[in-house]
Design a protein around this ligand. Structure first.
Ligand code: SF4
Length: 403
C-alpha cells in the first residue's frame, strides 16, 4: 500500500466580526458596527479569492473553513456568495468539506437552511459550556437553551456533520461541573467535539482580572484531571480521540486510523499539507512558502484593492520559505498531535528523502524511553504516535524535534 496521503489543498477564510468580545478572546476580531466596513471587507475577500485562484491556475480544492470572529454575523447570502466565488475560482471538489464556525445564539432554522442549501455541509458551533453561569462569566451571548435549540435546528436544516466546541478548566470549575457539561454535549449526539482548556492570554480582560486577583488562575492539576476524565468519558460514549483536542464519532475504524468524521480541513494542517489563508491576518502555507496577511481589516482592504496576484495582502515580515529542517520538524510536531495515525515513517522518508529514525534518533528515543511515544504497525508502515501519557505532555515531546 502507498504510505503517502493524497495531496490536499484547503482554504481558511477569516471573518473578523463579533457582536461583542468575550473576556478570554485574543483572536483577530473586532466588534461589528460599521456596515460600510463590513461591505468593503466582503468585497476584498471576493477579490482575494479570485486573484488567488487565478494565480494558482484554478487548482483542486478540498476544504473551505470560515472562521473568525463569528462568520454567522454575515447574512447567509454573503457566506454563500463566498462559497460560489471559491467554486468559480478553484476546482472545488464534489466531496469538499465546507465548514462554518457559528455562534449558537444566531442560528435560526431558516438561517441554517439557507446555509445548507448553499453548500455549507459542516457546522462548528462555539457552545463552550452548558452552564448559563459559566457562559455569562465567559461573556458569551447565548445561553444553554439556545445552544440545544441550535443543534436541533442544524439537524432539521439537514446538517449531518455538526461539531461542538467546549472549554474546560474555568476558574473554580469543579470536575463534576465540567463532566456535567460534557454529558450535556454527549446527549445532543454531535458528530465531532473540539475541547480546549481555558488559556489566560495576555492582553485579554480575563488576564487583567486574574492579574488583579479578582479571578483565580486556572489550576493545571485540575486541568489534567479534567482532560483524563474527558478522554475516558468520550471513549465510553463512542467517540474516538484522533487529535489532542479533537474527538469524532467512531465508525469502528482500526486503532491506527483517523475516524471518517474528523475535520478534513484541520487534518490538512496536522498532516502538514497546503492551505490558503484568505482575509485579514489569515495564515497560509502553499508550495513550501508561508505568510500571513496584514492583520487589520482596513489595511487588508487597502492591500487587496491594489494588487492582482497570490499573496496580494501579505504582511512581508511574516513571509518565509520553509527550509527542509523546518518542514521536517513541523511535520513531526503537527503529525504527533494526531494521536491515532501519528507520523508514518515510510511517508516521512518518501517526502523528505531521509529516514525518520535517522533524522531524529535522539528525539524518538526520548519519547520511547519515557513512555510518551510508541511505534505501532499499520498496513501502510510503522507509525510513531503519542501514548496516552504523552497526550498530557505533548509539548515536551514536540520540542525534542526542534534543532
Ligand atoms: S465569539 Fe469567538 S472570536 Fe468572537 S469574541 Fe468570542 S471567542 Fe472571540
Amino acid at each position: 500500500m502507498n504510505p503517502n496521503i493524497a495531496p490536499m489543498l484547503g482554504m481558511y477564510v477569516h471573518i473578523p466580526w463579533c457582536p461583542t468580545r468575550c473576556i478570554y478572546c485574543d483572536f483577530n476580531t473586532y466588534v461589528e458596527g460599521n456596515p460600510d466596513l463590513k461591505a468593503g471587507y466582503q468585497a476584498a475577500l471576493l477579490r482575494e479569492i479570485r486573484e488567488s485562484g487565478s494565480s494558482l491556475k484554478r487548482p483542486p480544492l478540498n476544504t473551505i473553513f470560515f472562521g473568525g470572529g463569528t462568520p454567522t454575523t454575515l447574512d447567509p447570502t454573503q457566506l454563500i456568495k463566498l462559497v460560489d466565488t471559491v467554486s468559480a475560482a478553484f476546482n472545488l471538489q464534489a466531496d469538499a468539506e465546507i465548514t462554518t464556525e457559528a455562534n449558537p445564539g444566531t442560528l435560526s432554522l431558516s438561517y441554517l437552511r439557507e446555509l445548507r442549501q448553499g453548500g455549507i455541509n459542516r457546522l462548528s458551533m462555539g457552545v463552550q459550556s452548558f452552564s448559563d453561569y459559566e457562559l455569562k462569566f465567559l461573556s458569551r451571548l447565548h445561553n444553554s437553551r439556545e445552544a440545544r435549540k441550535a443543534v436541533e435546528n442544524a439537524r432539521a436544516a439537514g446538517f449531518e456533520n455538526v461539531s461542538l466546541d467546549l472549554i474546560f478548566n474555568l476558574p473554580q470549575q469543579t470536575l463534576e461541573q465540567w463532566l456535567s457539561n460534557l454529558y450535556e454535549a454527549i446527549k445532543l449526539e454531535p458528530d465531532h467535539l473540539s475541547i480546549y482548556s481555558l488559556i489566560v492570554e495576555p492582553g485579554t480582560p480575563l488576564h487583567r482580572q486574574v492579574a488583579q486577583g479578582n479571578v483565580p488562575q486556572p489550576d493545571d492539576d485540575v486541568a489534567a484531571d479534567m482532560y483524563a476524565a474527558t478522554i475516558d468519558t468520550l471513549a465510553q460514549a463512542g467517540y474516538m480521540q484522533y487529535e489532542i483536542s479533537n474527538w469524532a464519532k467512531s465508525k469502528g475504524e482500526p486503532d491506527w486510523e483517523t475516524p471518517a468524521l474528523a475535520s478534513a480541513h484541520n487534518l490538512i494542517y496536522w498532516r502538514n499539507q497546503s492551505y490558503l489563508g484568505i482575509g485579514a491576518g489569515a495564515f497560509g502555507t502553499v508550495n513550501g512558502k508561508r505568510w500571513a496577511n496584514v492583520k487589520r481589516p482596513q489595511s487588508y482592504m487597502g492591500r487587496v484593492g491594489t494588487g492582482g496576484r497570490l499573496g496580494l495582502a501579505r504582511d512581508e515580515a511574516t513571509f518565509e520559505t520553509l527550509t527542509p529542517q523546518t518542514a521536517m520538524a513541523e511535520h513531526m510536531m503537527l503529525g504527533l498531535r494526531l494521536v491515532r495515525e501519528g507520523v508514518n515513517s515510510q511517508a516521512f522518508e518518501a517526502r523528505f528523502g531521509v529516514a525518520l529514525e535517522a533524522q531524529y534518533a535522539e528525539a524518538v528515543a526520548y519519547g520511547l524511553e519515557r513512555n510518551l511515544t510508541e511505534w505501532i504497525d499499520s498496513p501502510t508502515g510503522p507509525r510513531l504516535r503519542l501514548t496516552r501519557q504523552g497526550r498530557f505532555l505533548a509539548n515536551q515531546v514536540s520540542v525534542q524535534f526542534v534543532e
